[in-house]
Structures are given as C-alpha cells and as structure tokens.
Design a protein around this ligand. Sequence first.
Ligand SMILES: *[C@@H]1O[C@H](CO)[C@@H](O)[C@H](O)[C@H]1NC(C)=O
Ligand SMILES: *[C@@H]1O[C@H](CO)[C@@H](O)[C@H](O)[C@H]1NC(C)=O
Ligand SMILES: *[C@@H]1O[C@H](CO)[C@@H](O)[C@H](O)[C@H]1NC(C)=O
Ligand SMILES: *[C@@H]1O[C@H](CO)[C@@H](O)[C@H](O)[C@H]1NC(C)=O
Ligand SMILES: *[C@@H]1O[C@H](CO)[C@@H](O)[C@H](O)[C@H]1NC(C)=O
Ligand SMILES: *[C@@H]1O[C@H](CO)[C@@H](O)[C@H](O)[C@H]1NC(C)=O
Ligand SMILES: *[C@@H]1O[C@H](CO)[C@@H](O)[C@H](O)[C@H]1NC(C)=O
Length: 391
Amino acid sequence: MRFSTLAVVAASAASAVAEDKYLGFNSGATTDAGVIKKQADFEKEFAAQQKLTGAPGVFNAVRLYTNIQPTTESSPEPIEAFAAAIKTKTKLLLGMWTSGTKSVDGELSALEKAIKTYGKDFTDLVVGISVGSEDLYRSSADGVSNKAGVGAEASVLTQFIKDTRARLSGTALKNTPIGHVDTWTAWTNSSNAEFIEAVDFLGADLYPYYESGANIGLNNAVENAFPIFETAMNATIKAAGNKPVWITETGWPTTGPTWNSAVPSNKNAEKYWQEVGCQYFGQLHTFWYIQRDSNPDNEMKFGLSPKLDGTPLYNLTCPSVPKKTTSSSSTSNSTSSGNGTSTTGSGNSTGSGSANSSTSAPEGVSAGAFTAVSKTTLVLSAVFAVAAWML
Ligand SMILES: *[C@@H]1O[C@H](CO)[C@@H](O)[C@H](O)[C@H]1NC(C)=O
Ligand SMILES: *[C@@H]1O[C@H](CO)[C@@H](O)[C@H](O)[C@H]1NC(C)=O
Ligand SMILES: *[C@@H]1O[C@H](CO)[C@@H](O)[C@H](O)[C@H]1NC(C)=O
Ligand SMILES: *[C@@H]1O[C@H](CO)[C@@H](O)[C@H](O)[C@H]1NC(C)=O
Ligand SMILES: *[C@@H]1O[C@H](CO)[C@@H](O)[C@H](O)[C@H]1NC(C)=O
Ligand SMILES: *[C@@H]1O[C@H](CO)[C@@H](O)[C@H](O)[C@H]1NC(C)=O
Ligand SMILES: *[C@@H]1O[C@H](CO)[C@@H](O)[C@H](O)[C@H]1NC(C)=O
C-alpha cells in the first residue's frame, strides 16, 4: 500500500489516484530509431516508468502490440518484453497483431510458448489481451481514404477472438479478459455494435490533438482537449453498454507540426496530462501514449520521458482537484475542414516503407503491412490517423 503513503505525503498539494486501475504506457517493439528492442531495452523502460518523478501513482503496466519478437515470425518466439516484465513486475496488456493475416496462429504460438517457458511468473502479470489494434478504423471508409493501412473487419476479428478463447481455454490465461483496441469512432460506429458482444472490454484510443472538428464540433486547441475527450469517452461508454472501457492510447505531442488548432509543446502536453490524465487516472485503466517514442517516421513526438531516467519533460503531479476546462467561447467549431477521427495507424516496421505516418506511430513488427498515411495526404485531407502499432 505504498500508494496510501504517497497519498498522505502528497495530500496537501496533489492527489494520488485509486490503486485498482492500471496505470501504464504503450510500448512498441522498436526504439525511435527503428531498432528492435531486446529484453534489456524493455527492462530499462519498464523500470524507468515505475519511478517517474511526480507521477500520481506507480506506472507499472504496459500495453504491447504483439506477442512475437520481431524477426522470429517464421517460428514465433515470445517478445522479449515478457521476460523484462517478469524482472520488473510489470503488468501486461498483451496485444495480438491481426491485420493483413488470415490467422492468429503465430501470435497464439508465441503466447503458448511464453506460458510454458515462464509459467505463473508470466501469467500472473497478464491483465488483458487485445486481439487487434485499430483494425476496424483502418478498414472503415475514413481509414481507407486516409490510406491508413490494412485493416480487418469485425467478422474476422470475431473469429480471431473465438480462436484465442479456444486456444487459451486450457491454460492459466483462461479467465483473462479478451478485448480489442480501436479508435473511439470505430466503437461508436453503429455498424460495429454487434462486434461489441464478442469482447470482454473495449480498448479506446482517443486523441483530442487529432480531432479537427468534424466529429465533435470543437476546434482542437488544447483548451478544448478536455471537453473533446469527455465527449468522445462518454459516447464510447454509451456504445459499450455493460462492457468496461479501457483507455488504451491517449496523449499530446511535445514536438511536431501543428494540427489544425492543436499545437505540440511541453506546456500543452502538461496541460493535457493534468486535465485529461489526472481526471481519468484511477477511474479507468489507462495506458498513456507514451514514455518513449518508438516510431522514427512519426513527426509528432509524444514521449514524456525519452531518456528513461525517471525525469519527465513536464510536471506530472496531479492537482488535488483535476482542472477541467469546460466549453466556452473558446470552443467554437473548427472552421477548418477536418474529418477528425482519433486513431492510430498500423504497421510493420519492416514494411513497405510507404511513407511517413503522421500521428503516433507505427513501427510494428509482426504481421500487417505498414502503410502509414503520408504527410501530404494528411495535410490535404486534414484527417487524422494516428498510427498505433508500435509506438
Ligand atoms: C462504420 O463501420 C463500417 C463497418 O466496419 C464501415 O464500413 C464504415 O466505413 C464505418 N463508417 C465510418 C464513418 O467510419
Ligand atoms: C458545432 O458543430 C456541431 C456538430 O456539427 C453542431 O451540432 C453545433 O451546433 C455547432 N456549434 C456551433 C457553435 O456552430
Ligand atoms: C460525460 O458524462 C459524465 C458522467 O455522466 C457527465 O458528468 C459529463 O457532463 C459528460 N460530459 C459530456 C461532455 O457529455
Ligand atoms: C505541478 O503541478 C501541480 C498540480 O497542478 C502543482 O501543485 C505543482 O505546484 C506543480 N509543480 C511545479 C514544480 O510547477
Ligand atoms: C469527411 O469525410 C467524409 C467521408 O469520408 C467525406 O465525405 C467528407 O467530404 C469529409 N469532409 C471533409 C470536410 O473533409
Ligand atoms: C512486413 O511488410 C513487408 C512488406 O509489406 C512484408 O514483406 C513482411 O512480410 C511483413 N512482415 C511481417 C512480419 O508481416
Ligand atoms: C519522409 O520524411 C522525410 C523527412 O521529412 C522525407 O525526407 C521523406 O521524403 C519522406 N518520405 C515520404 C515517403 O514522404
């Protein structure tokens, strides 16, 4: 219960968050230089995130994008993040890459191998499994027009979820919640309502930074980030019915291009953390984007402690009462032509190299051809496509 200790110490100036909700970061399979991470890299990252100065709790969870260590796809080996998580006692939201593939056999083989090799040390850390990441977004009309990359349809994902449940039924992970991660616009799309029945939880990716106006009717200046996030989250929770919603990606870039009215900076990223993060930490399981960037092709950098030394680029301490900016005169509709959607791209770091993704970033390594949205396409269409896969 070190949390309560922290809470007492910090009570006067800042708030600590409830302990039963996971606090974590996304973690891609490569570094921001595109180098495939090894166990030591993951260990350093997972240790650093647990001692972030000023954080409102211990960030001891990570969300991964694949079970497979890059370059071993032909004979899948468990991603080295697993061994690092065991070493550092880091909870795991596992990810299975499901786009551009007819089967999740490789992902499941790597997972079975990990269960066999590491046993309870590993399975006790697994808090959830996401079958897929933004596949519905990529296969939607918006994803296609944004050239976001290969996606997968709900029927395919439903089958992969069934396959996963069947393969894990005789293992220690048989009761682990199995969900899917997608953009909030995919979850609120009524065409996907039936798919929600197939999951145990909904992982939602929400980036007010990339919301240029069309979905919510507010310009995406950081002053509007909280109301944009809350509107999107409320809509997702409504679509979810009785299923839990986890925040699987959100964040604000510190550097990179201005996106309509959204300006990257440490100051704005701090404001976003303090308003949106501090409001939701402890309320919903949260996997922030990101401690250290991992996509060299992404112009926007979201990493809040890129040196992995526990020192953040901005103030992570939460106010005792989270600040909420409410809509006001500053919240007029964007006049720019955006079709905002929050999202993320996909990717395969060894992939076709088709361009510079904008947004958060793909660099995946397992299946799924990586076709990032080109900067030109993004700017012209003012649409957003965050690439999630690797981060
Ligand atoms: C809604 O979902 C359907 C089915 O996945 C997809 O075809 C359609 O393009 C989506 N609509 C939007 C606006 O993304
Ligand atoms: C903003 O856009 C939303 C959705 O299109 C619309 O309902 C609302 O009336 C608009 N608000 C203003 C101030 O134009
Ligand atoms: C979101 O839902 C919460 C809880 O029901 C409510 O207090 C809040 O006003 C809603 N926000 C928006 C923007 O709809
Ligand atoms: C960091 O933010 C918290 C909460 O807003 C505030 O109380 C504290 O004074 C800030 N610390 C610094 C060094 O600015
Ligand atoms: C938004 O996207 C829709 C569907 O893709 C398209 O028909 C519409 O023209 C877009 N609007 C803008 C302002 O780009
Ligand atoms: C990544 O993409 C490239 C090019 O599309 C493809 O040749 C390769 O097989 C993909 N790798 C994986 C692991 O899917
Ligand atoms: C990607 O960005 C780099 C640096 O901005 C640029 O040199 C390169 O031409 C871009 N590639 C594509 C395919 O747009």
